[in-house]
Each structure stands twice: as structure tokens, then as C-alpha cells.
Design a protein around this ligand. Sequence first.
Ligand SMILES: [Cu+2]
Length: 105
Amino acid sequence: MMIARPVLLALTLVASPVPFPRATAVSIKDFAFVPSVLNVSVGETVTWTNQDDDPHSVVANDKSFRTRALDTGEKDSIIFDKPGEYGYYCSLHPHMTAKIIVAAP
Ligand SMILES: [Cu+2]
């Protein structure tokens, strides 16, 4: 049974539904933020990585945060220290929109 437990644990992790993704990384790809809605907890850092050939940026709708313009392969991070919903967009392509939802601890 000692050998079987890690296997069982791995299967459980794979099989468990994940209602709120916990990743703190957002890819910018094909002129879209992936995932478009990201759930994090207060104090977590979100890192955006530009995987497109065109530059992109991240700007909060309320201007409370922004990254620098990111060229291909570049990344930048924002720390979210207050709960709330933060819509954001790309200042270079304003049709690119997404959201960070920050949960209270
Ligand atoms: Cu863009």
C-alpha cells in the first residue's frame, strides 16, 4: 500500500474538478489573454508573458496597474494585494480584454 498511495494521490488530483483555476500566469497569445479570467488570492503575483510576435501590454480598466509594453518573449508581473475584480486590456489593442479576480484571504 505504501507504493500505491502516490499513484492514488496523482489520480485524485487529475480527476478532481477545479472550479477556480489557481495558476498565476497569463499568456498573451494570438491577440488574447489566456486565461481570460484568472482567480488568485490576495498577495499573489500574476505574471504575463507575451507569446505573440507583436508587442502587448496590460492596463487596468481603472488604471490601478499597468505593465510596460512587452515584446515577444518578455514578461512582467503585478502583485494583487486587495480583493476585487480587476478588468484589464491591452493599450495597443484595446479589444483585448480579460479579468483578474482577487479573493480575500
Ligand atoms: Cu496587444
